[in-house]
Ligand binder design. Structure first.
Ligand SMILES: C[S@@+](CC[C@H](N)C(=O)[O-])C[C@H]1O[C@@H](n2cnc3c(N)ncnc32)[C@H](O)[C@@H]1O
Length: 221
């Protein structure tokens, strides 16, 4: 549906997260699905990074695990709910989310959970559908979604309703500007975004305040 552009956007998301620098990161890819971004994280952050993908849909994780074995990857896959993460506070240096936040029942609560499991100084990068701020681009985009989603659903699944959840979820989702504000409310610092394709895609970025003191265990930092 993105004519392959989603690959570039996912790579950009992972690169923005990896730019945080420092020692090899402990990396959570939330709503990992079949592992696209978890595998990219492993590739971009290097073999010493410890990457965990989490999702609550078992068949998606099963595909991820099969890909991991087939391609001899190290990323671990965990079954869990983004609204109640099975990790202790301050476990991860980096969190990425690709096309997941829009699908989580309570995005604000998920952002608070993400911040909880980030170390001070940790970074969160979220890729999702955006909302163009230009009214003409916005009208064209809505028309595209209304016509293309049923057509693509019919073409691939003989069911025009398959992808209708996308415009529906987007109607509820606040887009890049709203997510930036929600990140601020959840306590993230430097909440900001990048727009792609006239704002039809958004990459939100934020950090958890505080610096890790080199050489100190997390609990003492
Ligand atoms: C559109 S898929 C994106 C998958 C992957 N990140 C990608 O970009 O290919 C959204 C994923 O979010 C997961 N998801 C939605 N709500 C979740 C929640 N509360 N906890 C864990 N996973 C969730 C779904 O199971 C699904 O795999």
């Amino acid at each position: 549906m993105s004519f392959g552009m989603h690959r570039r956007w996912k790579r950009r998301t992972v690169r923005l997260a990896a730019e945080r620098g420092g020692p090899p990161p402990r990396w959570l890819d939330l709503c990992c699905g079949t592992g696209d971004m978890a595998f990219l994280a492993e590739q971009i952050a290097g073999p010493a990074a410890r990457v965990v993908g989490l999702d609550f849909t078992l068949p998606m994780l099963a595909v991820g695990r099969r890909r991991q074995i087939r391609d001899a990857r190290k990323a671990a896959f965990v079954n869990g709910d983004a609204l109640s993460l099975p990790f202790r506070d301050r476990t991860f240096d980096v969190i990425t989310v690709g096309y997941g936040l829009r699908n989580i029942a309570d995005a604000a609560a998920a952002l608070r959970e993400m911040r909880r499991v980030l170390v001070p100084g940790g970074r969160c990068v979220i890729l999702d559908f955006g909302k163009p701020r230009n009214p003409i681009a916005s009208a064209l985009y809505r028309a595209f979604l209304r016509t293309m989603m049923p057509a693509v659903g019919w073409l691939f699944h003989r069911d025009p309703e398959t992808y209708l959840y996308i415009p529906e979820s987007l109607a509820r989702y606040p887009g890049q500007v709203g997510v930036r504000d929600m990140m601020r409310e959840a306590g993230f610092e430097n909440a900001r975004f990048e727009e792609k394709l006239l704002g039809t895609m958004g990459i939100n970025i934020g950090e958890k305040a505080g610096l890790r003191k080199p050489g100190l265990p997390e609990d003492m930092a």
